[in-house]
Design a protein around this ligand. Structure first.
Ligand code: G3P
Length: 217
């Protein structure tokens, strides 16, 4: 399973990239705003750290403008993926961009029906938002299972990129279902390292080490 970081914060990307845990990056206008940096320059900065795909999102909503934005974004790095909104115009743009070999990531996907359209358009990635579905009492992970089944039934090449991830439980569920990619905030990746028993166990071993050394003396 590929791990993408859902952030534009360069220091956090560096920290986990140094551990070899970052296969790619996803961004959106909100994450760019949070980074406090200008869109193009922060993407170029990330591109120097990450060799894998970097998803870049604009604000265009009609196919022609989405394509214009895409033509600009692909020059910002060596492996840019253009984020396209889930809509009729978005799907039209994906079809045209795919034909030209430009990688796409269809975002704001909230149902298996939408994901089926995304795959038929030939998108590189589909981004179902699990956390935002959970927020309104729909089971976000349930749609990952449906999408996985549908894509397998027909051998679609579109990769399932689980997004809007809020906790390690989302990552585990996505991995159990065999999603291709999980994009997570750095805070979620950090939490995956932690277990209270690990900390408690380390403390016990440290104390016993001291006790054993005292006995020897
Ligand atoms: O980048 C898309 C997605 O991961 C956003 O997550 O937490 O804003 O729902 P969130």
């Amino acid at each position: 399973m590929k791990f993408f970081l859902d952030t534009a914060e360069v220091d956090k990307i560096k920290r986990f990239a140094d551990l070899g845990l970052v296969d790619g990056i996803t961004t959106n206008p909100t994450l760019i705003m949070k980074s406090g940096k200008e869109h193009k320059s922060v993407i170029q900065e990330i591109d120097k750290i990450i060799d894998g795909p970097i998803s870049v999102e604009g604000i265009a909503t009609n196919a022609e403008d989405i394509i214009k934005e895409a033509e600009e974004f692909i020059n910002w790095g060596k492996n840019i993926v253009v984020k396209v909104p889930m809509s009729e115009e978005g799907i039209k743009a994906v079809k045209l961009l795919s034909k030209r070999g430009i990688k796409t990531n269809v975002t704001l996907v909230f149902s298996a029906a939408q994901a089926l359209l995304v795959a038929k358009a030939g998108a590189t990635y589909v981004s179902p938002f699990v956390g935002r579905l959970d927020d309104v009492s729909f089971d976000g992970i349930e749609i990952i299972a449906q999408i996985k089944q549908i894509y397998e039934n027909y051998g679609f090449k579109t990769q399932i990129l689980v997004a809007s991830v809020r906790s390690p439980l989302h990552v585990i569920a996505a991995a159990e279902l065999g999603a291709h990619v999980c994009t997570m905030p750095p805070e979620v990746l950090e939490k995956m390292f932690k277990h209270p028993f690990t900390d408690a166990g380390l403390e016990i071993f440290r104390k016993d080490w001291d006790k054993a050394n005292k006995i020897k003396k």
